[in-house]
Design a protein around this ligand. Structure first.
Ligand code: ARG
Length: 274
């Protein structure tokens, strides 16, 4: 009898995250299509949702570290954008919009005092918002925020393969709104967020990827965080939750709707420390 190699079962690995409490969170500028200064943020509700996310991570054994939010930096809660931590290196963010530029300094300072080798980026990039580590490879988004030059710089700095993917839909302006890493070999993504070449690249690199429907993508399905088994994901991304369960992942549905007012969600609030 011919034995086909078994698909490995999803397995959790304990993670370390850096998160910023939403003490300063509000929408007082507009830098993506989700943001509307006229729609008020319910600060208490945002805090409760964020605390529930932290609690869910901790209940699943993950180590959550905190960096204080700074006055005047309402988007700092989106710690994923503060830089990329990989192999003990911290490649700093260099934000596209002036409103967010100062956030990078606080992240770099935190990493400096917590033992990373901090590498100051010279090219525009928004950290894990546009960089996704999948096993040995790094997928990198461009088109709205992070520059192609930063992809090359990151490859230089880390010695890792960096695969560029072009984002074309302004609602999915960061890679982590269009693609999520499920484990070292599997991703989920919304094809419509990418140009034709990038769709081909993804299909070639990840033939078993989960392709997410447009409606779920609009519910921030791809702004999920997976530990390899548990997938912390938007509660209203119903189709995606079914797809995950079919593949043997364990969805952990959470409501981060208040952060959608700024174009953010679970993954945006989470920077992984590697
Ligand atoms: N308002 C923020 C911005 O437009 C949201 C950032 C969301 N972060 C993310 N990793 N996608 O920059």
């Amino acid at each position: 009898m011919l034995l086909t190699p078994e698909r490995t079962c999803p397995q959790a690995r304990t993670r370390r995250f850096l998160m910023v409490p939403p003490t300063e969170f509000t929408v007082n500028y507009e830098i993506n299509p989700w943001m509307d200064k006229r729609k008020p943020v319910d600060t208490e509700r945002a805090m409760a949702q964020w605390e529930a996310l932290v609690a869910a991570y901790r209940e699943h054994g993950h180590d959550v570290r905190l960096l204080e939010g700074m006055p005047g930096l309402p988007d700092m809660v989106f710690s994923a954008n503060g830089g990329l931590s990989v192999d003990g290196i911290f490649y700093t963010a260099l934000f596209t919009h002036p409103q967010r530029v100062a956030e990078a300094v606080w992240h770099a300072a935190w990493h400096q005092t917590h033992g990373s080798r901090v590498v100051q980026a010279t090219q525009i990039n928004e950290g894990e918002g546009d960089f996704a580590v999948v096993g040995e490879r790094i997928l990198a988004g461009h088109g709205f925020r992070t520059s192609l030059a930063a992809h090359a710089e990151l490859a230089d700095v880390t010695g890792r393969e960096v695969v560029s993917l072009r984002l074309v839909n302004p609602s999915f302006y960061h890679l982590d709104t269009a693609l999520t890493v499920l484990d070292e070999t599997t991703v989920a993504y919304y094809p419509g967020a990418f140009d034709a070449d990038s769709q081909e690249t993804l299909a070639r690199l990840y033939p078993t990827a989960i392709r997410v429907a447009e409606a779920d993508a609009h519910h921030f399905a791809l702004n999920s965080l997976s530990d390899g088994l548990h997938v912390f994901c938007a509660a209203d991304a119903a189709g995606f939750i079914d797809q995950l369960a079919e593949r043997g992942y364990a969805p952990v549905p959470l409501d981060l709707s208040e952060f959608r007012l700024a174009g953010g969600g679970i993954k945006c609030c989470t920077q992984e420390l590697r």
